[in-house]
Design a protein around this ligand. Structure first.
Ligand code: NAP
Length: 365
């Protein structure tokens, strides 16, 4: 499930929104952004009196200070994943958070109340972050480097863990390899460039005209503006790994053609959720598995490469490295604009209409 099911508390808004030393959240309510039905930005409602669930032993309650807006938030709001979420409406959305630890579950050993932490929820977690108090498991959180503001930190984990999963868990990149990032100008693309450089790889990337400077600053050796150049002739092939953040047939073809034998092509646009939405979970998920297997076999024989649909996953080791790199300035996702949580509709509207190219963050006052 990709959201937090809203439970209405019988009491009104809890005036005590401060820190708690125990694992109890009994009786707590807070403010959250709620999706009562699927639709455009206008369906988003800021509601008070939303119950905070009890903490499980390994969970941490985070007093949110900043939550970033991810494309997944917009998609879920408009009905992506409806095969799972429809029955659970009204939902709260959101994956990334940075804030302060407000309470810890009984088995949590790596956080104490009052520490600053940031992290991200799995795409299918039944919890969310557009809320005053977010709940994450211990391994979905890490300490926030003091050099980063909450706004800066909140922009990083979901995108960086997505890139980490593809590059380190799937392609297992190593020093000296060549990585191609297709669509390097967005948050996942920028994270992928920086994580590859940190691993000792050389990176080529494609992006729009407005992103060229940004991807070069992130460490790409070569940036091809796909709006002006023919990518396949501008980039010399033989890559070990290709991460495709756009994932349309043309970028898939380019990524696969530019790999060397034994390389790995990874797209972020796997079809599992959209097929489940179209045909229901019982038919959609097996169909997705069949399509993926067919493509894996086809490309294994035709090109000798691995073909993968990759998804963000919580990863304690990855998050630790992401904390280390972001703390030393080697992993940055520039934030273009912030909005107060109360202006969440406007934040979604500008992202949806692509009026703001970079990352948008909601500040939770
Ligand atoms: N599978 C997963 O678990 C997972 C996880 C995270 C994200 N994603 C998906 O990966 C994609 C990138 O995510 P992100 O967080 O990096 O997004 P983002 O920060 O909003 O960046 C998207 C970038 O893609 C480029 N782009 C090219 N054509 C586009 C189009 N038609 N619409 C929107 N953008 C376009 C733009 O850069 P240029 O101007 O340089 O072209 C844009 O900045 C999204 O589709 C997202 O849903 C999947």
């Amino acid at each position: 499930m990709w959201g937090l099911v809203v439970r209405r508390a019988s009491a009104g808004r809890n005036p005590d929104l401060g820190f708690r030393s125990a694992s109890t959240t009994a009786g707590m309510t807070c403010r959250a952004v709620v999706v009562p039905r699927f639709g455009g930005p206008e369906v988003l409602e800021v509601r008070d009196g939303v119950a905070v669930p009890d903490l499980k032993p390994r969970e941490v309650l985070v007093r949110a200070r900043a939550v970033s807006v991810n494309p997944l938030d917009l998609r879920v709001r408009s009905g992506y994943g409806r095969s799972i979420f429809e029955a659970a409406l009204p939902l709260i959305i959101g994956r990334d958070v940075s804030g302060e630890v407000a309470a810890v579950g009984s088995s949590v050993s790596s956080f104490t109340v009052g520490q600053e932490a940031f992290g991200a929820l799995h795409p299918t977690a039944v919890r969310s972050t557009y809320i005053d108090f977010a709940i994450l498991s211990e391994d979905e959180l890490t300490l926030k480097p003091p050099s980063l503001t909450h706004v800066e930190a909140s922009a990083i984990p979901f995108a960086a863990l997505t890139a980490w999963r593809a590059l380190h868990s799937t392609a297992r990149i190593s020093k000296g390899q060549r990585v191609l990032v297709i669509g390097g100008g967005g948050a996942v693309g920028l994270a992928a460039i920086q994580l590859s450089v940190a691993a000792g790889c050389s990176v080529s990337t494609t992006c729009g005209s407005g992103s060229v400077e940004r991807v070069l600053a992130a460490g790409a050796e070569k940036a091809v503006d796909y709006t002006r150049e023919d990518v396949e002739s501008a980039i010399e092939g033989q890559f070990d790994a290709a991460l495709d953040t756009i994932g349309v047939p043309e970028t898939e073809r380019i990524g696969i053609n530019l790999l060397k034998k034994g390389g790995n092509y990874m797209t972020l646009q796997g079809e599992a959720a959209s097929l489940a939405d179209r045909y229901g979970l019982a038919i959609g998920l097996p169909s997705a598995t069949a399509i993926l297997l067919k493509k894996q076999i086809q490309y294994r024989y035709s090109h000798g490469i691995g073909y993968w649909w990759t998804y963000m996953r919580a990863d304690a080791e990855g998050l630790d490295e992401i904390r280390r790199l972001s703390g030393s300035g080697k992993l940055q996702i520039p934030v273009e604009k912030t909005f107060p949580l109360s202006q969440v509709r406007e934040a979604h509207r500008v992202k949806e209409k692509r009026l703001i190219p970079g990352k948008v963050v909601l500040e939770v006052d």
